[in-house]
Write a new protein. Structure first.
Lengths: 386, 239
């Protein structure tokens, strides 16, 4: 049995998936959720241990699925893998296990095209029952389709959110001689250089684990390079030392960006932090609250972690859409989003660039990227190639 | 050497450190511990530095209070004698060296099994399945906290609330990191226990993963165990 569970956001697909799994194999169905803690066991300190937990002597040889060199990754901590690598590890564990049913909730959207195709091929030939939720697929040959229809919650109005944006003058960013590597890892960047022009939209491409998110973290000051410099219009910029005052960063997992427990706490703390940079024109609190409502969250007392993942993901676009910061970074913004939301987001990204913002985005969603005029930046061989 | 033998060795030395009353006895224990660490044929500098880092705050505090302010050792105060700063320094050094030995013993065990994964180590222990499971869960909680620290730091740095390097902003907003880490740990734990674990029965997979007969004791277990017992005897004799 292979089943694709379709429908728009908030139509009950995830709930239907979990109910089906519980009904078909209570407490004995492999599950790959849309974020790390629902994709991996959380019981292992290394990739080798994660595999050992699931490995079974009874696993069928026909289930082999090893798109990555897991032997080389054996000592890595699973949370340090990229989102796509975590999904591939989960599928590898399933392949080695004795589970006879698997459910996947939008996790394949994190995979690059080659790995995604390999994963879908694996799921289509593996002798197991498979249930899949995926926003980028309407049908798969040989699979049945179950459509969910539910009343949409967390109404999204990106057109209204984007309508308040005003022109900005973003600086030109130059990266010179950038070197970076994680402790006891390979070089992610080696003497990399690139110039990023304002008013331009850049798409970072490269396979899972190439360093796309790492580049975002370097630009936001979350990581510090081993060597190299960043300049803004020729002036030195070291966000790892002085703080981030340029980039509004919507992270791949929205839970990597909350600065408070509730929406109100998050907004007020960020406003206070950004207020120390005189060059930032901060939106007032009422404007931000309106913007949050247009993204689907109407109460500032809303506890962020209690929102559904799709709603949290949309809310993670708030600061990029506030226009407060001149450069914007979206990391896999369409994960979990239905086609209507993706189309609206693409139009918004286009508008941001037209108003003078610089935009960097990472996506494995080629359909989404095709709707945005962009310059491609290829990450390969520890370099950034335009 | 097997994990059982290594843990036995470590526990005997920690017991010896608790028993030792003077610097000489502690010195004997430290010498054996360093020999044990060197026998792992790995670089022990980082382990020594890490252990020093653990002890340094206590050493600074004790130096300030006992040598600087009090100027006498506790046993001198109890005996009602005038005392000296030298005796206070010996007292402070003894306490700090004892803590250093305990910290370094843990590090030396890590060094010995540096090529092992935690699951392999726990699997090789002679312990009831429930204890092994609790050990794995404890390790997983530690990993979760480390993961939460990374996430929270990403959020606060990218949000401009703190900086990666030391800064005045960090002094003002550093406490937010604690709150954010705590929230993140809860969010991660809920994410696991709500979806992944109940659907898969993930915890029950551990029974299979941890089920293995403990390896037979090796010659090294007996050799290092005998050395530890001898060391304990020497320390006891020096009391």
């Amino acid at each position: 049995m292979r089943e694709l569970i379709g429908g728009p956001n908030f139509s009950g697909r995830s709930a239907a998936l979990l109910q089906r799994l519980s009904a078909l194999a209570p407490g004995n169905a492999f599950f790959v959720g849309p974020y790390a803690e629902a994709a991996l066991s959380g019981l292992s300190s290394t990739v080798a241990d994660e595999i050992a937990i699931y490995r079974s002597d009874a696993a069928a040889a026909a289930r082999a699925f090893a798109p990555l060199d897991f032997a080389a990754l054996a000592a890595r901590k699973p949370p340090t893998l990229s989102g796509g690598e975590q999904v591939l590890l989960a599928l590898h564990c399933f392949a080695l296990s004795d589970f006879t049913i698997i459910g996947i909730d939008t996790a394949l959207e994190q995979l690059d095209p080659a790995n995604r195709a390999a994963a879908l091929d694996f799921l289509s030939r593996v002798p197991s029952a498979t249930l899949l939720v995926d926003n980028r697929l309407d049908h798969i040959d040989g699979w049945s389709v179950r459509a969910c229809e539910g009343a949409p919650a967390f109404r999204l109005d990106l057109a209204a959110a984007a309508s308040r944006l005003a022109p900005v003058r973003a600086p030109t960013i130059a990266l010179e001689g950038l070197w970076f590597r994680y402790p006891s890892g390979r070089d992610i960047f080696r003497n990399a250089r690139i110039v990023l022009q304002p008013g331009t939209t850049y798409r970072l491409t490269g396979p899972n684990g190439a360093g796309k998110t790492t580049l975002f973290k370097l630009l936001a000051g979350v990581l510090a390079p081993k060597a190299g410099s960043i300049t803004l219009d020729g002036g030195a910029y070291a966000p790892w030392r002085d703080g981030n005052r340029i980039f509004a960063f919507a992270t791949q997992n929205p839970d990597h960006q909350w600065c408070g427990a509730t929406l109100g706490e998050d907004l007020s703390r960020r406003r206070r932090a950004l207020a120390r940079h005189k060059q930032i024109a901060l939106p007032d609190m009422a404007t931000l609250v309106d913007l949050a409502a247009q993204l689907g969250v109407t109460s500032i007392d809303q506890h962020l972690y209690e929102l559904p993942l799709v709603a949290r993901k949309r809310l993670s676009w708030l600061w990029p859409l506030s226009g407060a910061l001149p450069w914007i970074m979206f990391d896999e913004p369409t994960i979990g989003q239905d086609r209507a939301a993706c189309a609206a987001l693409a139009a918004t990204v286009t508008r941001l660039a037209a108003l003078g913002h610089g935009v960097l985005f990472i996506t494995h969603d080629d359909d989404f990227a095709a709707t945005i005029a962009h310059t491609r930046l290829q990450l390969a061989d520890a370099a950034i190639k335009a | 050497m097997t994990p059982n033998g290594a843990i036995g060795f470590g526990l005997i030395l920690i017991a010896a450190a608790g028993t030792a009353r003077g610097l000489t006895g502690l010195g004997v224990i430290l010498a054996l511990l360093i020999a044990f660490a060197l026998a792992s044929r790995r670089n022990i500098a980082a382990a020594l530095l890490w252990s020093l880092g653990i002890v340094a705050p206590l050493a600074a505090f004790m130096a300030l209070v006992w040598i600087g302010f009090v100027g006498r050792a506790p046993h001198e105060i109890a005996a009602g004698v005038e005392g000296s700063r030298a005796a206070a320094a010996t007292y402070a050094a003894t306490v700090c060296l004892r803590l250093f030995i305990i910290a370094f013993a843990v590090q030396a065990l890590f060094l010995r099994f540096a090529g092992w994964t935690p699951l392999r180590f726990v699997r090789a222990l002679t312990a009831p399945p429930l204890v092994k499971k609790l050990l794995v869960l404890t390790l997983s909680l530690i990993e979760t906290i480390l993961q939460a620290i990374d996430r929270a730091r990403t959020a606060l740095v990218a949000g401009g609330l703190i900086t990666r390097r030391f800064s005045q902003v960090n002094l003002r907003n550093g406490w937010l990191l604690v709150q954010t880490v705590w929230l993140t740990v809860i969010a991660i734990a809920i994410g696991r226990t709500r979806d992944k674990w109940p659907i898969e029965g993930t915890l029950s997979r551990l029974d299979h993963a941890l089920a293995a007969a403990a390896p037979r004791p090796a010659i090294a277990d007996f050799a290092w165990g005998a050395a530890a017992v001898l060391c304990l005897g020497i320390v006891w004799g020096l009391r």
